[in-house]
Design a protein around this ligand. Structure first.
Ligand SMILES: *[C@@H]1O[C@H](CO)[C@@H](O)[C@H](O)[C@H]1NC(C)=O
Length: 377
């Protein structure tokens, strides 16, 4: 009884065999089929190698969602050089909650020379070159994301020459923690002093002749600093033509979660609109001269993930390539053979030519004048 059952299942399995069976006498090799096989193998090899590179490659996937994290603090990293002496300028942040962030908390004022050394100038040109390319080609941003951490720091290198002249500028650098609401970071004349309704800058003692808000942004970023990432304003240099000049930057910060194979970090990208104007109260252009950076935080958060083709997908695609090319070349070869057969049989060419049949010859003779007649019309 058991034996019978086993035989039955064996027969069933045998019936399920879907591979084509060809009697051995049908299997014969030919030179044309051999050539086609070699071609097929070559194509398979090339495509497999290419597919392997696709498998090795990674790409960036962008996803958007609403940022629900409002409790955490926002870190601002600053490195700005202003063409004024340190004792004349003050930097601080005022946010919408009107809580003043003390400028002394995290910022360092360092007297420097405004003009860059030749080597620093070269570095700045390179950075500006990258910035220009970034605006044209968005895909470059992906490359920068991928190479974050790996590449060297984008900070300005120190001067290679010793200080020959007394410092005429002030480098303000460091970081601040602010509330995650819109705010205004600014550098103006005089140190900030707290005031019951906001704050004021003590500017009365500074002569207007010393005002010069020419500045250079070597680094401005939000969130944890990541070496290798080039931020929108890095490398910007603005020269003031007038003593009383106001520079405004309207910044929209986009929280960005970066998840690459190298790093996983919560950072921020930002977009900037710039404006500058000369303050002249006589002609109605009111305001305070200085550098103002108004920032606002986008409620949309971007998650940038580095993705990779899974291994099973690579295998499936390989099977597709190999099987597909085998059957396609087989079919093409079959069609080609069929066409050659038809052409040879119909016009009796090559090996099929049989000159002993007169009727066929007459046939072809009739065809030629007919064709000529047609062409003369
Ligand atoms: C401000 O300083 C820069 C750099 O030293 C200079 O090129 C510019 O002419 C100065 N502007 C004014 C109004 O003095």
């Amino acid at each position: 009884m058991r034996r019978l059952n086993r035989r039955k299942t064996l027969n069933l399995v045998k019936e399920l065999d879907a591979f084509p069976k060809v009697p051995e006498s049908y299997v014969e090799t030919s030179a044309s089929r051999g050539t086609v096989s070699i071609l097929a193998f070559t194509v398979i090899l090339v495509l497999t190698v290419m597919e392997f590179f696709v498998y090795r490659n990674t790409w960036m996937k962008y996803e958007y969602e609403v940022d629900k994290d409002f409790a955490s603090k926002l870190r601002i990293n600053i490195d700005i050089t202003v063409a004024m002496k340190c004792q004349y300028v003050g930097a601080d942040v005022l946010d919408l909650a009107e809580t003043m962030v003390l400028s002394s908390s995290g910022l360092i004022y360092e007297p420097v020379i405004f003009d860059l050394s030749p080597q620093q100038r070269q570095w700045q040109r390179m950075l500006q070159g990258i910035q220009n390319r970034l605006q044209e080609e968005h895909s470059l941003q992906d490359v920068i994301f991928k190479s974050a951490i790996k590449s060297a720091s984008t900070a300005l290198p120190p001067r290679e020459d010793s200080l020959l002249q007394p410092p005429d500028a002030c480098r303000i650098h460091g970081h601040l923690y602010v509330n995650k609401v819109a705010g205004n970071f600014h550098i103006t004349v005089g140190k900030a002093i707290p005031h019951p309704r906001g704050h004021a800058h003590l500017a009365a003692l500074v002569s207007h002749e010393t005002y010069n808000f020419s500045h250079r942004v070597d680094h401005l970023s939000f969130g944890e600093p990541i070496p290798g990432i080039i931020n929108t304003l890095d490398g910007t240099e603005k020269i003031a033509s007038d003593h009383n000049q106001m520079f405004q930057y309207f910044i929209t910060i986009v929280p960005t979660k970066l998840r690459t194979y190298r790093i996983s970090s919560d950072t921020h990208q930002f977009a900037v609109t710039e404006r500058e104007r000369v303050i002249d109260h006589a002609s109605g252009s009111h305001g305070v001269s200085g550098i103002f950076m108004k920032y606002d935080i986008s409620s949309l958060m971007v998650t940038v993930t580095e993705s990779h083709m899974p291994f099973w997908q690579f295998l499936v695609r390989l099977c597709g390539i190999i099987g597909g090319i085998f059957s396609t070349t087989g079919m093409l070869h079959g069609i080609a053979e069929f066409i050659v057969d038809i052409v040879c049989c119909r016009f009796k060419l090559g090996a099929y030519k049989q000159p002993t049949v007169p009727l066929q010859l007459g046939d072809t003779n009739n065809h030629i004048p007919l064709l000529k007649e047609n062409s003369t019309h």
